[in-house]
Design a protein. Structure first.
Length: 379
């Protein structure tokens, strides 16, 4: 049965004929969509992937600095992709003879058995090894992906990967303290089957570029490792939230038994150095204040209270008149709100108001008598 052309195909054929003949196979490109497997839904949200992208951006910066120092050459390290996959997708992409590195998560001495797998392309590793040996780092363009490393190459490869893994934990310092320990390298990836093929993994790809070579560093983070990290982060957030709770009452209860030095300041005056030099016993210094003036009570060098001088049980005392308004802190407010137990009120001796001056009553003070000496009233 002959194929029947649709109206759009007929129009395309006529348009091609009128324009002098064009490739009829050129059709309008369809918009591509990423297929979603509903049988194995995504486990990590976009926020978690964004967080991991930020972590490995920090790692890329540190790794960039480290490679520049080791190779004594300028390179660029950037995060290419951070994607969620199944382990079999990563495993199937490995080639026989490709070297893989195993690293283990260590959080406060608790080591995770499931390893982190790291794979570096031969082009960048051969270039780095050549630079460590004094070369320029030139690599053949057709370097095979199944390049076979010599024993010397593997020794230098091990040292490089151990160094790269040792600085990986620092990129997580904004969330928690952890480190990755170098395990071993495997020259045959088929021997590494420590992760289930259906297990979810996060693939992080870093692009490393020199002026004369480039390559990629792939980091496979298993779900067991990430779950442990995110669990510890959640615990840390819970502890931080608990620490941020209000403990003011508990702190105040401990501070109640603290001792503070209170200084009563009678007054201040200024004298010339010559006057101070000629001072003798019996001389009188004028404080330029009235005898019934307010006395300032200072705590920690700051004025907290104001009151009047008087006597209590034959001792000098100060009766507090008010609290300095500008320095009435939350601590003072807490003192006012704190209710005093009844038994304390009974035990404290009361001072009679007659011992202190009222606002309109002057305090009998020392009087200056002839001869430069001071005499108290009634004496």
């Amino acid at each position: 049965m002959a194929e029947v052309l649709s109206q759009s195909q007929i129009d395309a054929l006529l348009a091609a004929a009128m324009s002098g003949g064009q490739n009829l196979s050129q059709q309008k490109e369809e918009k591509k969509y990423q297929k979603y497997d509903f049988r194995s839904p995504r486990k990590y949200t976009k926020e978690r992937l964004k967080m991991l992208n930020g972590v490995f951006e920090n790692y890329a910066k540190v790794l960039n600095t480290r490679i520049n120092a080791l190779a004594r050459a300028t390179c660029e390290v950037e995060v290419d992709t951070v994607d969620e996959q199944r382990y079999y997708e990563f495993s199937n992409a490995l080639i026989d003879g490709e070297v893989v590195t195993l690293a283990y998560l260590d959080i406060n001495g608790d080591i995770e058995e499931t390893p982190v797998i790291i794979v570096a392309t031969p082009s960048i590793m051969v270039s780095l090894i050549d630079r460590l040996m004094g070369g320029a780092g030139d690599v053949e363009e057709d370097l095979p992906s199944d390049y076979t490393y010599t024993d010397l190459d593997l020794s230098l490869y091990t040292n490089l990967m151990a160094d790269f893994i040792g600085i990986m934990g620092g990129s997580w310092e904004n969330y928690l303290e952890l480190k990755f320990d170098f395990g071993r390298i495997e020259a045959n990836p088929t021997l590494v089957q420590l992760i289930g093929f259906e297990e979810t993994v996060i693939m992080v790809s870093l692009d490393i570029k020199f002026s004369n070579s480039s390559g990629r560093l792939d980091i496979c983070l298993p779900d067991a490792v990430l779950s442990k990290i995110f669990t510890e982060i959640s615990k840390g957030n819970a502890v931080q939230r608990k620490e941020r709770e209000d403990h003011s009452k508990e702190i105040y209860s401990h501070l109640q038994t603290s001792e503070l030095e209170i200084t009563a300041e009678l007054g201040r005056t200024k004298l010339q150095l010559n006057d101070i030099y000629n001072l003798h016993v019996g001389d009188v210094i004028d404080m330029n204040i009235k005898k019934d003036s307010v006395v300032k009570l200072r705590i920690g060098g700051r004025n907290w209270f104001a009151g009047y001088m008087g006597t209590h049980e034959k001792y000098l005392a100060v009766k507090i008149r008010d609290v300095q308004g500008e320095l009435k802190t939350e601590f003072v407010a807490a003192l006012e709100e704190e209710a005093m137990p009844d038994n304390m009120a009974e035990e404290m001796p009361m001072m009679e108001d007659s011992m202190f001056p009222s606002d309109n009553t002057a305090v009998p003070g020392p009087e200056l008598v002839e001869g430069g000496s001071m005499q108290e009233d009634g004496q």
